[in-house]
Design a protein around this ligand. Structure first.
Ligand code: COA
Length: 166
């Protein structure tokens, strides 16, 4: 995909992740994180009882394309977003927002009361995105990523209006 080209982006839909999606996912994963997940890690998630895996597809220049993915865990009433990424050339078009809208409603419908995630301290874009949903910093895990601290963020889904961005 060409970043300079005006990309037609339509019909964004969420689907369950399938092993067949992993080639496209790994391409995004490798360029999205300093310590990308291995293919094996994704495969393990596909058969993990507490894990839910989703992909985001959209019509890009007329072709249905995998544009993002997310891995969530739900344990009792606690949700965890373990991984979320959007295809690099399609960022800042609101795709992560649409995906998070879906994820948070999905979690709420599953009875989740609190959602947690870890984010690199330097990942200001992601932190800004999460804060816009009302996620707040809970604590810092020092050198969680080896070279960098993780900010553990939490969202109280039981709070009135928690599914409305502000
Ligand atoms: C973080 C990520 C998922 C955001 O995806 P996206 O589709 O570009 O996000 P959106 O377009 O929905 O952005 C929504 C809002 O989040 C904030 N935001 C997102 N990326 C940002 C950035 N790079 N810098 C500043 N703010 C950013 C903005 O407030 C943005 O709204 P705006 O564009 O109207 O200003 C994407 O950058 C990504 O895949 N990054 C690599 C993987 C990653 O870091 N995942 C998160 C791990 S915790």
């Amino acid at each position: 995909m060409d970043n300079d080209k005006a990309v037609e982006l339509r019909d964004i839909k969420v689907f369950p992740m399938d092993a067949e999606d992993l080639d496209a996912i790994m391409e995004i994963e490798r360029v999205s994180f300093p310590n990308p997940w291995s293919r094996e890690l994704f495969i393990r998630e596909l058969s993990n009882a507490v894990s839910y895996q989703f992909i985001d597809k959209a019509l890009v220049d007329g072709r249905e394309t995998l544009v993002g993915y997310a891995i969530l865990w739900i344990v009792a009433d606690e949700g965890h977003i373990l991984n979320i990424a959007i295809e690099p050339t399609l960022r800042r078009r609101g795709l992560a927002r649409k995906f998070l809208d879906f994820i948070l409603v999905f979690m709420e419908e599953k009875g989740v009361r609190e959602v947690r995630l870890e984010v690199r301290r330097s990942n200001v874009g992601a932190i800004k995105l999460y804060e816009s949903y009302g996620f707040i910093e809970e604590y810092v895990r020092k050198k969680y990523y080896g070279d960098e601290d993780a900010i553990l963020m939490v969202l109280d889904l039981t709070k009135e209006g928690s599914l409305i961005r502000y």
